[in-house]
Design a binder for this molecule. Structure first.
Ligand code: NDP
Length: 384
């Protein structure tokens, strides 16, 4: 039984607060020794006062005074994106949980790998953007990349010990989001509040919008392709409105293995931390008889083009997934600010993909360049 000494990046977010809860429930197995946030000084101080990490990082230095005055002890304080990297390299830690929204987690994730720490990845954006780089460097260093995203954590559990040639397909389940049943002609008039109103999960704003467009599932398809080193053609999506079956693996003999639990991110976070062991907890157990039934249906591919765009980007590989991801990030920001309609999110992403060159086997610099260009393309389109 080993105790994980964890650096938590994104401590003030939805995943971050679940991770702190898990650490408090299994103190013999998980200790948070470093934590970081962007600018939410008061929440970071509150979280730090509870978990007492040795070091904390607030990326936005403008709020450091507020952080200092809210702390009830004296941890080392870091700032800026370099502070995130320093934290990820910190000695004495053996697992870095990346739960930062967007792509800022990429450099700290690579820093963690370089210093020999395992990675628990919630931030799917970094695997979409640079999956090949992250997984290659992790395998060269002999460190483990543990999926926290519930779908990938489910697949990870179903795959354990199974050779790749026995896999027929990975089946990612999707709740379908708040607009699963909405007719396509009404999608243009949905509001930000409608889109944030996820039927089964309570999550941060960006991923909630991604769940409504189905870009979340699209990003997850590419994430799965890299995490499990499987061709895009073997990654499928199935709508399952109850979010109880978190994903499945279909094997070549026609059997399906699935992982089920209530929709609470504490389950996958705990498994990533205690892997390969399972330990008891106080989370709500699943009673299938109480649920009665589980439903499954095909996604509405024509009405929600995110899945097609993500499959295309994943199949093209190179820098195209980074383009898709970056364009989506800017489009989602614009939607959240009330500047564009909901369907404009995917049309902006498609335009950015059409107008971007794809570079095969890209270096990290190529990826970062493609990411920046895609952001500029979308900002340019928004300015017109
Ligand atoms: P939230 O918006 O709730 O939280 C985001 C966290 O990231 C906050 O701690 C925020 O700090 C921090 N952050 C944002 N930008 C930066 C930055 N530039 N530098 C450092 N820290 C930053 O997001 P979620 O917790 O919902 O999601 C986090 C990641 O996990 C996303 O990639 C998401 O796709 C993924 N994920 C989330 C799930 C969920 O259930 N929520 C499920 C599966 C995956 P601050 O508060 O200071 O802004």
């Amino acid at each position: 039984m080993r105790k994980r000494r964890v650096i938590l990046l994104g401590a003030t977010g939805s995943i971050g607060s679940s991770a702190i809860k898990v650490a408090e429930t299994i103190p013999d197995r998980m200790q948070i020794i470093g934590m970081a946030a962007n600018r939410n000084a008061r929440l970071l101080a509150q979280a730090a006062n509870r978990a007492l990490p040795e070091a904390i990082c607030l990326v936005d230095a403008a709020h450091l005074d507020e952080l200092r005055s809210s702390l009830e002890y004296s941890p080392e304080i870091l700032t800026g994106e370099t502070g995130l990297e320093t934290l990820a390299r910190m000695g004495g830690a053996d697992l870095v949980l990346v739960a930062i929204v967007g792509t800022t987690g990429l450099r700290p994730a690579l820093a963690a790998i370089e210093t020999g720490k395992d990675l628990a990845v919630a931030s799917k954006e970094i695997l979409v953007m640079a999956g090949e780089t992250v997984m290659t460097q992790a395998s060269q260093k002999g460190i483990k990349v543990l999926p926290v995203d519930s779908e990938h954590n489910a697949i990870f559990q179903c795959l354990e010990g199974k050779p790749k040639h026995e896999i027929s397909s990975l089946i990612l389940t999707a709740s379908g989001g708040p607009f699963r049943k909405l007719s396509s002609d009404r999608l243009a008039s949905v509001t930000v509040a409608d889109a944030l109103n996820h039927p089964t999960w309570k999550m941060g704003r960006k991923i909630s919008i991604d769940s409504a467009t189905l870009f979340n599932k699209g990003l997850e398809m590419i994430e799965a392709r890299w995490l499990f080193d499987i061709p895009m053609g073997q990654v499928q999506v199935l709508v399952h409105p109850q979010s109880i079956v978190h994903s499945m693996v279909e094997f070549v003999d026609g059997s399906l293995l699935a992982q089920l639990s209530h929709s609470d991110m504490c389950f996958p976070i705990q498994y990533a931390v205690t892997w390969p062991e399972r330990i008891p907890n106080a989370l709500k157990p699943l009673r299938l008889a109480e649920l009665g039934r589980l439903e499954f249906e095909e996604p509405r591919y024509d009405d929600f083009p995110a899945l097609r765009l993500a499959r295309e980007a994943g199949e093209m590989g190179g820098t195209m997934p980074a383009v898709l991801n970056a364009a989506n990030e800017i489009a989602v920001e614009a939607f959240l600010e009330g500047r564009i309609t909901f369907p404009r999110i995917w049309s902006l992403v498609e335009e950015a993909m059409n107008r971007s060159d794809n570079f095969a086997r890209p270096s990290l610099d190529d990826i970062i360049h493609a990411d920046g260009q895609a952001r500029d393309l979308v900002r340019g389109a928004l300015a017109q």
